[in-house]
Write a protein that binds this ligand. Structure first.
Ligand code: LUZ
Ligand code: MOS
Length: 753
């Protein structure tokens, strides 16, 4: 299996890698700062900017009145103003944009703005929103078979409810941008965004100019995790409006407090389920109603909701399914994409349903999991037929390779011998669909230049955010062209070089953009083979490029890559190529809620062991042992890094990261002192990942399957391992399925009567 270091690792560790905030800015550059709503819901009676505006060093304060195009940034549904006009709908909603000489002056000015708001009732939970009929759009329903009929025939039927909380993205680099005026009213935006085209399109719409007047450039991101798929846009657009008026550059980097307060997060979900099983523990029917807390505007919520339905049965086959999702409109910042994109929320519910069924029937949870794993040709509720299924293989390989029986015995032995510490163990299988669920988004382009000295520049629509997509793109170019890594450079992501891109999201970036790089390089290669065949008087069919040289019939010739490029220049052969890739085979009919939306699925199984300190309620994750389906990985080191990072994030979501809003809609967990994320001490003591040897999939880049999101859901296993440990200590504990399972909640559970 191949591996190669992230091409940025050298500059990263030396602190030399460039991010937006490191850019040299023009001498006349100004600093922007957002003035946002200090109330979660209300009518704006008046805003007085006069004192703030007259402050020395304040250039100007922009509001909705300065929008020359449309004051609208909603992507899926046009329901979100850039700047509030008459009403505010969440605490932190942008109202105005201060532009000043320094950040200190801008902050001072912000404190001098006086606003009067007539408060309106605030909704913070999805349940309350549903009761009041407050929705973003119509609910969606997926149906397979007939659940009602099936429940009548079931031996066991259980109903329950779950809650999973939101999650802060906590990208190390906060949101930000630097915007410069060019000539003729053209504007260049450097943004920390996963979606350069989204920024370009929205800026053009708000400024009232054609898209070609806006160039968006992305160097790299200090993390995105979905938080910059849609929500990098407003800041860039605000600064662009200012630049349009002032004709001077404007930079805006959010500080952590502002970023936490003003941006949306993972969607909290309240869900209700009903599960029916036969005597032999087959899940015959499953129903769920998902209430998604969407926040005050649609943002990506409808797409996130959809993915919840796609993953409502995780890696299990259920013949009768009826699942529905409501995007509930509340007065929180619009919640948004977050690694997994509604999938984790869906999977948590069926895992909870299985846990409840196991508890009530009195069997191990894993017995139910095991007999219901997907098999080849099983049908998902949305009509896709499962193929190249690795659910059972990853499950049994994990049990076998990690000696599950032994691990389980050790847990029992430990629990028998210890009073104040208890261990728990769980298995967590995953199946995650790869492709944007919105079929039209599954495309990408690459622009490859071979320069006359033989060096190569690759531009794609992929945004590097630490996931090492640039390294994978480089590997593709290098492999196809047969040249050394040093000859290939990955350019920044720029809308002028690669247009109309989908955001770097859905774990699909390497697949989509990699396929485009592969196509462009193959087109170049075909041309170069003709040049080389003439140089060597050989048939082009016998020509190959490898190790910076031309090979004939597998034998190295003395003609180098550089010599072929020089000759191609003399012959006026084009050394540039632009290729477009669109995922074949996928389709989905929303009117029927049936189709084949995913190129393929990624499978895997995690075994998690935890130890709970039953005096204090704190716990440690002893180990997570994973068998993961990478396909034929093109870079094992990077892929394992993705597994470990996603796992830590999943564990954080399930156990310790607790977003809290007051009843008034104010974010209470507004700093890292009150919002706990996994650190090195709370990370699993060991993580072991074994690659499952699979054929890979033709639609995956070099048969190397997408890896960004799927492993996050292994973290769900930690929740149930802790639950088992708590049960071992307290026989009276009545499991609830409310995450995160914080030490505080664990303590209460340990002493529940
Ligand atoms: N973003 C998106 C995503 O726009 N559509 C998706 O299906 C998706 N899936 C996962 C993560 N981001
Ligand atoms: Mo995403 S949740 O931006 O892949």
């Amino acid at each position: 299996m191949k591996t190669m270091k992230n091409i940025d690792s050298f500059t990263h560790v030396r602190g030399e890698s460039l991010f937006v905030d490191d850019l040299m800015i023009r001498k006349d550059a100004l600093i922007g700062l957002c003035f946002d709503s200090p109330k979660a819901h209300g009518k704006i009676k008046s805003v007085d900017y006069s004192v703030a505006e007259s402050l020395e060093g304040v250039e100007r304060i922009f509001t909705y009145k300065d929008v020359l195009g449309e004051n609208q940034i909603g992507g899926i549904i046009p329901d979100e103003p850039l700047w509030a006009q008459n009403e505010v709908h969440f605490w932190g909603q942008p109202i105005a944009f201060i532009v000043a000489k320094t950040e200190a002056i801008a902050k001072k000015a912000r404190a001098l703005i006086k606003i009067e708001i007539e408060e309106l009732p605030v909704i913070t939970t999805a349940i309350e929103a549903k009761q009041k009929g407050s929705f973003i759009n119509a609910p969606r329903i997926f149906n397979l078979g007939n659940t009602q009929k099936s429940f009548e025939e079931c031996e066991y039927v259980f109903e329950g409810e779950t809650f999973s909380n939101g999650q802060e993205h906590l990208y190390l680099e906060t949101q930000g941008c630097y915007v410069e005026p060019l000539e003729n009213g053209n504007i260049k935006i450097t943004s920390s965004t996963q979606g350069p085209t989204q920024v370009q399109k929205t800026a053009a719409k708000v400024l009232g100019v054609p898209m070609h007047k806006i160039e968006v450039d992305v160097i790299r991101l200090g993390g995105g995790f979905g938080g910059k798929e849609d929500q990098a846009t407003p800041w860039a657009v605000m600064a662009a409006v200012a630049v349009q008026h002032l004709k001077k550059p404007v930079k805006y980097m959010l500080n952590r407090h502002d970023d936490l307060r003003m941006t949306g997060k993972r969607h909290p979900y309240s869900s209700f389920f009903k599960i029916g099983l036969s005597k032999d523990l087959k899940i015959k029917a499953f129903e769920a109603e998902f209430l998604q807390n969407a926040g005050a505007a649609a943002d990506l919520s409808p797409a996130v909701a959809e993915r919840t339905l796609f993953h409502a049965t995780n890696s299990y086959f259920v013949p009768n399914v009826n699942v529905s999702v409501y995007s509930c409109k509340t007065n929180l910042p619009p919640n948004t994409a977050f690694r997994g994109f509604g999938g984790p929320q869906g999977m948590f519910v069926i895992e909870s349903a299985i846990a409840m069924a196991a508890e009530k029937i009195g069997v191990d949870r894993r017995k139910i999991q095991e007999v219901n794993l997907l098999k080849e040709n099983d049908e998902f509720s949305y009509g896709q037929i499962a193929n190249e299924v690795q659910a059972e293989r990853s499950w049994f390989t994990a049990k076998d390779k990690f000696e599950f029986e032994q691990l389980e015995k050790e847990v029992q032995r430990f629990n028998n011998e210890n009073q104040l510490f208890k261990k728990g163990i769980s298995l967590m299988p995953i199946a995650f669909g790869i492709s944007f669920t919105n079929t039209p988004m599954n495309h990408a382009r690459a622009l490859v230049h071979i320069y006359q000295d033989g060096s190569v520049g690759v531009s794609t629509g992929a945004v590097e955010m630490g996931q090492s997509v640039n390294t994978k793109m480089l590997q593709v170019a290098q492999d196809v062209l047969g040249i050394s890594a040093a000859k290939v450079k990955l350019e920044t992501t720029n809308t002028t070089r690669v247009a109309n891109t989908s955001p770097s999201a859905a774990s699909s970036t390497a697949d989509l953009n990699g396929k485009a790089v592969e196509m462009a390089c193959n087109l170049l290669l075909d041309r170069l083979k003709i040049v080389a065949s003439k140089m060597l008087s050989s048939d082009e069919k016998n020509i190959n490029f490898k190790d910076n040289c031309v090979f004939i019939d597998g034998k190295k010739s003395d003609v180098t890559w550089n010599a072929v490029i020089a000759q191609a220049m003399l012959e006026r052969v084009s050394l540039s190529e632009n290729a477009h890739y669109a995922t074949p085979e996928i389709h989905f009919d929303k009117s029927k809620e049936k189709g084949h939306p995913f190129a393929y699925h990624v499978y895997g199984t995690a075994i998690t062991t935890v130890t709970v300190d039953c005096l204090r309620g704190i716990y440690e994750v002893d180990s997570v042992k994973i068998v993961h389906d990478f396909g034929k990985t093109m870079n094992l080191g990077i892929d394992i890094g993705q597994v470990e990072g996603a796992l830590a994030q999943g564990i954080g979501w399930m156990t310790m990261e607790e977003i809290a809003y007051g009843k008034d809609g104010r974010l209470l967990s507004n700093a890292l002192s009150t919002y706990k994320v996994p650190d090195i001490f709370s990370a699993p003591k060991t993580i072991e990942t074994i690659p499952l040897e699979t054929e890979g999939n033709e639609l995956a880049i070099q048969k190397s399957k997408a890896v960004g999101e799927p492993p996050l859901m292994y973290g769900i296993g930690t929740y149930f391992a802790i639950q088992q440990a708590v049960k071992a200590y307290n026989k009276n504990y009545k499991p609830k399925y409310h995450s995160p399972f914080t030490p505080e909640k664990v303590l209460m559970a340990l002493y529940e009567k």
